[in-house]
Design a protein around this ligand. Structure first.
Ligand code: SAM
Length: 418
């Protein structure tokens, strides 16, 4: 009760302090009221531009320092569809994300209309996966051949709503591809890692390995682009359910092949569910070797989830190789890349997918060995550059901040040809 009294007195004092000023405002001339409205409008514009990426883009042409009420007519209205398309970009607090809001809504037991609608809502893709798909396609769309990796199919998957949500749809309804787009600036990294993994799968396939598991597959199009290899493999794409349901529907809409040996297996790596058990239920043969690859995922999942994933992969059949990319701590990357890296992290966090895990190469190699692998190789960005980009006259390179590790149990036989 004493606390309540103190609080009441404080509120009363604060309110009373405001009264003279507010009484005085009642006598303000119209011009003064307009000035005050515009002062507040300018403060709002500054906050919106600084704190909300989505508003920042839409308000880019309006200078908050000189804005007047007349400028309001230059701001397009925000519709509910706009909000749902890029809620993460609209939120002014980077800690808030649509994913968090949805997780909270899912805990509500009230059977209200809106909650029921949300539960019936169509699935949507992970937007970071759309960015990576765009990065791969951007190489072909912006660079001259020969291509390190040729995947424009991936960017056919997102429909206009999705492209709009990630700011890739121009006013003419066409894909916007510019060298300035940070996702395009990462294209060397995106295509280098994809090329590495698919070359590796081809080598292992030649030795008789016939299972390929793609953890965090996103908009991977191996099964559609490489039908001959795909026909000789069992392929398991593992990702969150929403991304997978959306992707499967889009493949069907676009009449792209979903070969019978391709399985979509929904798993959340943070849930504690065993992805090995789940792919086994979908037809994975735990007695046969496989390539298990995960590109562009480790930065989004906790260290515990990565360790569990590595341990599970290390327990698979003889000759299985686990491959994953990882993001270096900022202190270990080229200083010239730090601004791009910061902008990328900020955008990703704004979309509800913050980068939460970073690894120095030594640490990643230690984790792989501790998980049970004995043949562990580090593939640095310099190695990617030497392999795929050295002969290119256009200067395309892999960024210094993403490396890769391959991890195999050599105490067991590689290959399963019988
Ligand atoms: C940047 S994308 C990379 C996609 C693809 N591997 C590539 O290189 O283009 C990251 C992928 O990891 C998936 N992912 C992130 N966190 C996950 C989790 N906890 N469980 C399952 N998948 C997750 C996302 O849904 C997304 O498809």
């Amino acid at each position: 009760m004493a606390d309540y009294e103190r609080l009441r007195e404080r509120h009363l004092a604060e309110f009373s302090a405001l009264v003279p000023e507010h009484l005085e405002r009642l006598r303000w001339p119209v011009e003064r009221v307009r000035e005050e409205r515009e002062r507040r409008l300018r403060a709002l514009l500054v906050a919106a531009r600084e704190r909300s990426p989505w508003h920042g883009r839409r308000l880019a042409a309006i200078d908050p320092a000189t804005a007047t009420e007349a400028d309001l007519t230059r701001i397009p209205p925000m519709t509910k569809d706009d909000m749902m398309a890029d809620l993460d970009g609209i939120f002014a607090d980077p800690r808030l994300s649509r994913r968090l809001v949805e997780a909270h809504v899912d805990t509500l037991v009230d059977d209200a209309y809106l909650i029921r609608c949300r539960r019936a809502r169509m699935p949507a893709p992970d937007l970071t996966a759309v960015g990576a798909a765009f990065g791969r396609a951007a190489h072909v769309l912006l660079d001259d051949p020969p291509y390190v990796f040729d995947d424009t199919l991936s960017i056919r998957l997102p429909d206009d709503d999705v492209l709009r949500a990630v700011n890739l749809l121009g006013p003419d309804g066409r894909l916007v591809v510019t060298r300035e787009d940070p996702r395009a600036q990462w294209r060397g990294t995106f295509v280098g890692r994809a090329r590495f993994v698919e070359d590796f799968v081809a080598q292992r396939l030649a030795k008789g390995v016939d299972q390929y598991v793609i953890l965090g597959a996103g908009l991977d199009t191996f099964a559609q682009r490489r039908p001959e290899a795909a026909a000789r493999l069992r392929i398991f794409e593992v990702d969150e359910q929403g991304t997978q349901r959306w992707k499967e529907a889009r493949l069907r809409d676009l009449q792209l092949p979903i070969p019978p040996q391709l399985r979509f297996v929904p798993v959340d790596f943070e849930s504690g569910d065993s992805w090995v058990d789940l792919i086994a239920k979908a037809g994975f043969d735990v007695t046969r070797a496989s390539v298990v690859a995960s590109t562009g995922v480790t930065q989004y999942i906790s260290r515990d989830a990565l360790v569990a994933t590595m341990r599970a992969a290390a327990e698979l059949a003889p000759g299985t190789t686990f491959i994953c990319t990882f993001i270096l701590p900022v202190a270990l990357i080229d200083p010239g890349e730090r601004d791009l890296r910061a902008a990328t992290e900020e955008r990703s966090a704004g979309r509800g997918c913050p980068w939460i895990s970073f690894y120095a190469p030594d640490e990643m190699l230690r984790l792989a060995r501790a998980a049970g692998f004995d043949d562990v190789c580090h593939v640095s960005a310099s190695e990617f550059n030497a392999r795929y980009f050295a002969a290119r006259p256009d200067g395309l390179r892999a960024a210094s901040g993403e490396h890769l590790v391959t991890a195999t149990r050599t105490d067991r036989v590689v290959g399963t040809k019988s």
